[in-house]
Design a protein around this ligand. Structure first.
Ligand code: ATP
Ligand code: MG
Length: 279
């Protein structure tokens, strides 16, 4: 079934990102609710390329752990948009800010779903490259979590005078992505997603970005030093050994030492809490 753009009514703005604006929309004929991601600036070739990448990935993915795309629109005027499954709980980032932190069973429940999504993507040779709380969307009912936002292209050149938004984007990047030489032959982007997952999962538990002291507004250099030269982060006392071990498997500086997504799915930290009811 196709859904013409003319049959959509904009209800409110759900969020704004670097790439565009996301609206809550209603399909007038069926009353169904969707999220419409309108991408700005596609006159710029690199932004248009990112749109095409996201569109092509969303068209071929079919998983309960990846946000679904029902339609894509390209107007002659140059405006492009994606019609997405509406996720009523917003992002894990806002969820975290309203909720403070998540308990270990909750973190385990969320992590398992993100890993199911990553196993699906990686087995289809797709790397996400921007796993972070603000790109994970929540369906409120049973704390269902799905991976969203495939718009990011490979960061190869580091700007000398980065803006804050750029710092935010780098915060979840693996150490090897800061190394310009690693972009050649043996750079494995799939294992970069695993690092980002580790940082994300740790943030969900601790309630703040785990590689720096809370409330610090870091410069790009501070951030890069923390990621590339800092000690491996450890959880506060009270966290289980299984949880710490899980993070150790994700947050290895040397990519080849990290576990793959499918290996991690069988980790005791996830098995331990399987079947436990969350909220
Ligand atoms: P950024 O570059 O900052 O990550 P972006 O422009 O690539 O952002 P998205 O991350 O896809 O865009 O979406 C921006 C915001 O819109 C999200 O943070 C979220 O608040 C909201 N949003 C996106 N998709 C959905 C959806 N399917 N359902 C509900 N809200 C959504
Ligand atoms: Mg985003």
């Amino acid at each position: 079934v196709s859904i013409p753009a003319a049959e959509l009514e904009k209800l409110e703005v759900l969020g704004r990102g670097n790439g565009g604006t996301v609206y809550k929309v209603q399909h007038k004929r069926t009353s169904n609710i969707y999220a419409l991601k309108v991408i700005h600036g596609v006159g710029d070739q690199s932004i248009y390329k990112q749109f095409l990448r996201e569109r092509d990935i969303l068209r071929k993915t079919d998983s309960p752990y990846i946000v679904r795309c029902f339609e894509t629109y390209e107007k002659p005027s140059g405006e492009v948009a994606l019609l997405l499954e509406y996720m009523d709980g917003g992002t894990l980032d806002t969820f975290l800010r309203n909720h403070g932190w998540f308990s270990e069973p909750e973190v385990s429940h969320i992590t398992r779903q993100v890993l199911e999504g990553l196993v699906y993507l990686h087995s289809n040779k797709i790397m996400h490259r921007d796993i972070k709380p603000s790109n994970l969307l929540v369906m409120n009912k049973n704390m269902e979590v799905k991976i969203a936002d495939f718009g990011v292209s490979k960061v190869t050149i580091l700007p000398l005078d980065p803006r804050n938004s750029y710092v935010g984007t780098c915060a979840y990047m693996s150490p090897e992505r800061f190394d310009p030489d690693s972009n050649g032959g043996n750079y494995d982007g799939f294992l970069g997603d695993i690092w980002s997952l580790g940082v994300t999962v740790m943030e969900l538990y601790m309630g703040h970005f785990p590689l720096l002291p809370p409330d610090q507004d870091p410069s790009w250099v501070t951030l890069m030093c923390a990621i590339c030269f800092g000690d491996p982060p450890t959880l506060p006392p009270g966290a289980s050994d299984e949880f710490q071990h899980f993070l150790d498997c994700c947050l290895q500086k040397e990519p080849s030492k990290r576990w793959s997504a499918s290996q991690l799915l069988g980790h005791p930290f996830l098995l331990k809490y399987q079947g436990i009811h969350i909220r």
